[in-house]
Write a protein that binds this ligand. Structure first.
Ligand SMILES: *Cc1c(COP(=O)(O)O)cnc(C)c1O
Length: 401
């Protein structure tokens, strides 16, 4: 086995430098723990960015993958694929959706949603309805369509011209939405909880009203649940907290516990837009990923699993609020379920480094916000451990007012 340093050097020499990587190589994981190449153990509050919702190498998923790997890895969507049909059956049974399109990532799911929205209106003779409205601070992915929907300048830099027909409005602002909706609006795309944007939760009345405004206008409502889906917020899908059903929802990250998969799920009316030839993905819905997805769903929907995650999330949020009482450097505590964050009054990257040194993986977004996305099986004891560590780091900060 190579050392952290050897692996880092290999990365630096041969892998495109698209990530500002933390200088460790993770080589093994089990449950809430991961180990680096030196054998050092970390408690994981990142979960591969909301992917390992069941923890690392969940036995039911590993077993399903092992079995399918020896049976059939891939066949084309020219043919019927049983695990794909069964995963679609489960997703539609467990949500508002009637039909599912499978792809391989979050950005691809959003591309599918954007294309579907435009085609939906085109097929109704409304060829001028091509505009997609998205929210400031949103994140929808890195391919050009999803990037064009992502309303954050830093991701656009140097990639213009973007795809035309996208308009950006403030999040949680009804007046702005009302003003922006027109006969040109094909769809509105919203993350129920903005993830990369800093863990900002949509208001309950806001999302309800958004749905009504979209319905009145004739625009489709798309919820990007790529990060919020699969139990992350304490419900299978975040929009269940709101009692609001979109026309379309995009999924990926936690869907198959670490195997690449994505999906666009929607109502029969919206999904009828997709006919043979309108859209495709070679790997989409392959047997291996779908078996991993089925096993993941079966754990997530098991007795009390999601209720447990919601209770753990509430416990974690309480502990973070206590921390805020003690340390004025913490400006805000936000989130839903086990998608939580604290916003500081200063850059937070150093705290990530210090947590790493002390055996905790956490993540920083928008420079000043620490985001916590632990596996849903995280224990109160592990949360207490992180809180104690954060308190010790913040307490030792000489720059603290
Ligand atoms: C991560 C993310 C995406 C992009 O997913 P990829 O699989 O990286 O393409 C899209 N939307 C949201 C809300 C995300 O968090």
């Amino acid at each position: 086995m190579n050392s952290n340093e050897e692996i880092i050097q290999l990365t630096d020499h041969h892998v495109a430098a698209t990530y500002g990587r933390i200088p460790i190589a993770l080589v093994r994981g089990k449950g809430t723990r991961v180990w680096d190449a030196s054998g050092k153990k970390y408690i994981d509050f990142v979960s591969g960015l909301a992917v390992n919702n069941l923890g690392h190498c969940p036995p039911a998923v590993v077993q399903a993958i092992r079995k399918q790997a020896g049976t059939l890895l891939h066949v084309s969507n020219l043919y019927h694929i049983e695990p794909q049909s069964r995963l679609a059956e489960e997703l539609t049974r467990l949500s508002f959706a009637d039909k599912v399109f499978f792809c391989n990532s979050g950005t691809e799911a959003n591309e599918a949603a954007i294309k579907l929205a435009r085609r939906y209106h085109h097929d109704r003779g409304e060829t001028g309805r091509h505009e997609i409205l998205s929210m400031h601070n949103s994140f929808h992915g890195r391919t050009l369509g999803s990037l064009s929907a992502t309303a954050q300048k830093k991701f656009h830099l140097g990639f213009k011209p973007l795809v035309p027909g996208f308009k950006y409005i403030p999040f949680n602002d009804l007046a702005a939405l009302e003003a922006a909706l027109s006969k040109k609006t094909a769809a509105v795309i919203i993350e129920p909880v903005q993830g990369e944007g800093g863990v900002h939760v949509a208001g309950k009345a806001y999302l309800k009203r958004v749905k009504k405004l979209c319905a009145e206008n004739g625009a489709l409502l798309i919820f990007d649940e790529v990060q919020t889906g699969f139990g992350r917020t304490g419900k299978l899908f975040a929009h269940e907290h709101y009692g609001v059903r979109p026309d379309l929802m995009t999924l990926a990250k936690g869907m198959a516990s670490g195997i690449a998969i994505g999906a666009l799920a929607g109502t029969a009316r919206a999904m009828a837009t997709f006919k043979p030839g309108t859209h495709a993905a070679t790997f989409g819905g392959n047997p291996l990923a779908c078996q991993a997805g089925l096993a993941t769903l079966s754990v997530l929907t098991g007795d009390n699993f999601l209720a447990g995650a919601a209770a753990t999330g509430a416990y974690f949020a309480d502990r973070l609020r206590e921390l805020k009482q003690k340390f004025p450097i913490i400006r805000d505590v936000r989130g839903l379920g086990l998608m939580l964050a604290i916003e500081l009054d200063r850059p937070a990257a150093e705290i990530v480094q210090e947590c790493l040194r002390r055996g905790y993986l956490i993540n920083c977004v928008q420079e000043k916000t620490l985001r916590f996305l632990p596996p849903l099986i995280i224990t109160r004891k592990e949360i207490d451990g992180l809180i104690k560590t954060l308190a010790s780091i913040l307490g030792a900060d000489p720059a603290r007012p």
